[in-house]
Write a protein that binds this ligand. Structure first.
Ligand code: ADP
Length: 588
């Protein structure tokens, strides 16, 4: 009898341990616990619920990261954490900052449940699903590399023509640089220009774009972009369902305001709506799938793409009709930047996502594609000095904000070309500038209202100050206050006339009363103008100008359109116009 009781007790104890500990051996106290961890843009806050000693659910309470990019990362990590009853899981590749912040946040919450049960460090747990032998070769009409603006547009266009389409995306989430952009696109003659009484034409747009790139851009490609811009914008509005703000923005280098701005002032709406449209048309989107080479037959024809999934398996994606390279530029690849232009070494951060490493250019050149303009690399003038990412709050510049230096002086036409403004900022003390505006500019631009999370993290990082006086604004960054006062008084005197110092165009505003906003900004590598040689049909050309059979390219991966310098709002127009051309030609 005694032996029987002991056996039952032992069995029960083992069962409790098994239920309570999960795979990690950790026993947590039941309840809900909150924790926080540092992501790329700020603190991620989670609530972890423990039931019967195990992680039952993880809810994200606060998420400063990009919503579209971080959603699949949190989903993957949560699943792995619930399965292993531990925060000790592998990071999702391509999303290290968000993975780290989320993992730290969950570990922080678990520590509150049981400080002894949380192991630090990472393990080798494999969370990726293995594909079967048959799945390692897949066949489609059109295979697209990259799920940014150009890739998703091409996918929808090819699928709308009846093609079966796979889009390979190396990151855990689609969107690319398009997703994290402001989403503005230049459209001459748009319904919004008409509404706001702005006169424009294809010819003026072509002239501005060519001039903005020092006449190095290929006129034929620019013409195609400009002629198709309106129809493309109408397609985005009517077929894709995009909604635009009731405004037309003028980026530097354009002679009139001509950029449509999507609701939300970001690339998120376009990314999500193109994904939805693709889904209804049967497009297969393969995330965490990195293309590494093109398959080419003996005649030089492109017949598919070799890629690797997150489990490390190589998959052949055979393309019955064509391959479209839409893998973006190379702004995040410092080595590649330096190989084409040594100026752009690691002293420059980048506004680009980590996956923007020039893979498409490498793959296509290995298949004999020609390249053009590779040394033309652009910086965006007003970026976050800590992370290098673009500041949308600082786009108040387009609505009247001025740039000053540490000495309290203006030094440039703030509406000038990106390359020129960037260069001048780098020539100021500390290679830094300060952007100054007031509530009147803010109520017109609504940049803080539209980007509240960015503003919050700028405040936390002490990179922006809302000041009750000009002196307070100056002192916050150690700027010469009396010079700043003089500079502002002079600038205010230009109101209603012309900027006699730097020739800022448009109607000048004056800054009369507090509160003032002042923000620290630096230039950061933003766009690589060079890339694969293409023709007006988006076919990739070899070094001699002959099309490579069945190979198309669109978006930032293609070169030759923007010359030495891409104007604001031209990237989205470029990638949607040429994405549509590539998609429909590939499907033929
Ligand atoms: P574009 O504006 O030209 O569309 P984006 O930067 O928006 O360019 O998108 C490019 C996309 O291509 C990004 O999402 C990036 O992660 C993806 N990408 C880059 N290299 C590869 C690769 N080797 N395999 C799959 N996807 C890739």
């Amino acid at each position: 009898m005694k032996r029987t009781i002991s056996a039952v007790l032992l069995f029960t104890a083992a069962l409790i341990l098994l239920i309570g500990c999960g795979q990690s051996g950790a026993t947590f106290a039941d309840g809900s616990f909150t924790g926080s961890g540092r992501g790329h843009h700020g603190d991620i806050k989670v609530e972890v619920t423990i039931e019967s000693g195990s992680i039952a659910s993880i809810d994200v309470l606060e998420n400063p990261e990009n919503k579209v990019l971080s959603a699949p990362v949190y989903e993957k990590l949560s699943k792995a954490m619930i399965d292993s009853n531990s925060a000790d899981v592998d990071a999702v590749s391509g999303a290290s900052d968000s993975s780290r912040g989320f993992t730290e946040a969950v570990a922080d919450a678990l520590k509150k449940s049981n400080p002894d049960a949380v192991q630090e460090g990472s393990s080798d747990k494999q969370t990726a699903k293995l594909l079967s032998e048959e799945e390692l070769e897949q066949s489609y009409d059109v295979v697209i590399i990259g799920a940014g603006g150009a890739g998703l547009t091409a996918a929808v266009s090819a699928a709308a023509e009846g093609a079966s389409v796979a889009v390979l995306e190396k990151m855990p989430a689609p969107g690319g640089n398009t997703l994290i952009s402001g989403g503005g696109l230049n459209v001459p003659g748009s319904w919004m220009q008409e509404k706001h009484g702005i006169t424009d034409s294809v010819e003026t747009y072509v002239a501005d774009t060519l001039k903005g790139g020092d006449n190095e851009g290929e006129a034929e490609l620019v013409q195609v972009m400009a002629e198709n811009a309106l129809e493309t914008a109408e397609w985005l509005r009517d077929d894709i369902g995009m909604v635009f703000l009731d405004r037309v923005q003028q980026f530097g280098g354009h002679s009139v305001p001509r950029a449509l701005i999507p609701e939300g002032n970001s690339g998120e709406q376009m990314t999500l709506k193109l994904m939805d449209k693709g889904k209804t048309l049967g497009v297969d989107l393969k995330t965490s799938t990195e293309a590494h080479s093109l398959i080419q037959d003996d005649a030089g024809m492109i017949t598919g793409v070799l890629a690797t999934n997150s489990a490390g398996q190589e998959i052949s994606f055979l393309a019955e009709k064509a391959v479209i390279v839409a893998a973006g530029g190379f702004g995040s690849n410092v080595e590649m930047r330096m190989s084409y232009n040594p100026e752009y070494d690691e002293k420059y951060m980048s506004t680009c996502l980590p996956g923007i490493t020039g893979d498409g250019i490498a793959m296509a050149t290995a298949a004999d594609a020609g390249t053009t303009d590779m040394s033309f690399i652009q910086t965006y003038p007003t970026c976050n000095p800590v992370t290098g990412i673009i500041s949308y709050v600082a786009n108040s510049r387009f609505y009247g904000a001025i740039l000053v230096n540490k000495e309290g002086k203006r030094f440039i036409n703030e509406m000038g070309r990106r390359d020129k403004v960037s260069k001048e900022i780098l020539a100021q003390s500390g290679k830094t500038a300060y952007l100054l505006w007031d509530d009147a500019v803010e109520s017109k631009s609504k940049m803080i209202e539209m980007h509240p999370e960015e503003y919050k993290s700028l405040v936390e990082e002490k990179l922006i100050c809302k000041a009750d006086s000009l002196t307070e604004a100056a002192e916050y960054f150690g700027i010469d206050a009396s010079e700043l006062e003089k500079s502002l008084a002079r600038y205010n005197s230009f109101k209603g006339s012309a900027d006699a110092d730097f020739g800022r165009g448009g109607s000048l505003v004056s800054f009369e009363k507090a509160p003032f906003y002042i923000q620290k900004v630096v230039p950061s590598v933003h766009h690589t103008m060079g890339g694969l040689k293409i023709n007006t049909d988006a076919q990739v050309l070899d070094a001699d100008g002959n099309p490579i059979p069945r190979l198309y390219a669109a978006g930032e991966v293609a070169g030759g359109i923007h010359g030495t310098n891409r104007l604001g709002g031209n990237a989205i127009t470029d990638c949607v116009v040429f994405g549509r051309i590539a998609g429909s030609n590939a499907a033929k």
